[in-house]
Design a protein around this ligand. Structure first.
Ligand code: BGC
Length: 386
């Protein structure tokens, strides 16, 4: 068999986030927005909170050796400063279930949803928000670290201030609120840095990182290349430059690339995004300037008919293989998502999963593309030529 550019300990898996799959989400800014009709209702989602073992059995049967999921902050800290030991025990069970199946857990501490008490008392605009967040993160890591080595503090800080304060699509639904944008941008850098330091005081033997949504800008002509550099600075480096000293690893979420000054027609995914998995290489190239281990923490497509997913996965893995041959330290690939789930402002209409959900019966059906991914994993990516 051809040699693989992937090391034996490369992580292959998929991802999820608490409120997108667990169901019965406790009071958060998103559940409140749903009650007000600003985002679709979350409801029971995939009932993953109770069915996680069944879901991990499926992931294992698909060859995964790692899994990324998130902790619901509102469950752990239902009131300010009050921590729920029962919920910690629940997530310990989740971690044990992964370990028993030989899957390495990657835990995200905050994936978009804020406890209602936090958002109602000012959210990220609270002066003491970074300290409050750091206290929650350190508490969780302290109680879970025996079972997990990899923790991400925040998922996609940039989507929080872009979608929450510019586009007005996510809580707190502010539009073109540049003051809010800037203050939340700065607070999230402080929150990550404070959380990193507090976690490390408690536990020094785990990896702590951040997950960033890398929107790639590229161009062919000189003029547009300059513009692309500026946009990459504004969208990615301006934030990452403030936090990279406090990260042991970086999670790269990749979905889209804009090629400036040139129009090329791409296949559109169900959500209307261009399908450009090969550009994942560019996203990794943007992030490798920090010389930290990189993980593709998300890349995936909405494709209900499963027409393009297998090709998308192959091309994404090819992009990683190419990045590795060019010296980039990429250590894992987490397809988004394991299951169809609550796709934020689009509700349940979009189907990103390796596993299809029938939400009425809670039936899970493995999509054909998941087996293509499985075959790649079984050969540790050896058939992906570069
Ligand atoms: C988010 C996920 C989301 C996915 C697809 C990412 O930006 O982290 O929560 O479901 O994109 O939109």
């Amino acid at each position: 068999m051809k040699d693989s550019v992937f090391p034996k300990d490369f992580f292959w898996g998929a991802g999820s986030s608490a409120f997108q799959v667990e169901g019965d989400t406790p009071p958060t800014d998103w559940t409140q927005a749903a009650e007000e009709g600003r985002v679709p209702n979350i409801g029971k989602a995939c009932e993953h909170y109770t069915r996680f073992r069944e879901d991990f059995d499926l992931a294992k049967s698909l060859g995964h050796n790692a899994h990324r999921f998130s902790i619901e902050w509102a469950r752990i800290e239902p009131e300010e400063g009050v921590f729920d030991e029962k919920e910690i025990e629940h997530y310990r069970e989740v971690l044990r279930a992964l370990r028993e199946r030989g899957m390495e857990p990657f835990v995200t501490l905050y994936h978009f949803t804020l406890p209602l008490w936090f958002s109602e008392s000012g959210g990220w605009k609270r002066k003491d928000a970074p300290e409050i967040f750091a206290r929650y993160c350190a508490y969780v890591v302290k109680h879970l670290s025996g079972l997990s080595r990899y923790f991400y503090t925040i998922n996609e800080p940039n989507n929080l201030y872009n979608s929450g304060y510019l586009r007005g699509k996510w809580p707190p639904h502010k539009k073109y609120n540049f003051f809010g944008y800037l203050s939340v941008f700065l607070q999230l850098t402080r929150a990550h840095n404070a959380a990193y330091q507090k976690i490390k005081q408690e536990k020094n033997d785990c990896y702590v990182g951040i997950v960033f949504y890398v929107q790639v800008f590229k161009a062919i002509s000189l003029f547009w290349k300059v513009v692309a550099c500026i946009l990459n600075y504004v969208c990615t480096y301006s934030f990452m430059n403030r936090v990279h000293r406090y990260t042991d690893m970086i999670g790269v979420n990749y979905y889209r690339t804009t090629t400036l000054g040139k129009h090329k027609a791409y296949i559109k995914t169900d959500i209307g995004w261009d399908m450009q998995p090969e550009e994942l290489y560019e996203a990794l190239r943007i992030m490798q300037v920090y010389h930290k281990p990189l993980f593709v923490s998300e890349a995936g497509i909405a494709d209900a008919k499963d027409h393009y997913r297998a090709d998308y996965i192959k091309k994404s893995i090819h992009a990683i293989a190419y990045a590795r041959t060019n010296g980039m330290d990429v250590r894992g690939f987490f397809y988004w998502a394991l299951l169809d789930n609550y796709e934020l402002a689009d509700g349940y209409a979009m189907r990103f999963g390796l596993i299809a959900m029938d939400y009425n019966t809670q039936t899970r059906t493995i999509r054909p593309s998941a087996y293509v991914y499985k075959e790649i994993i079984e050969k540790n990516g050896a058939m992906i030529g570069v």
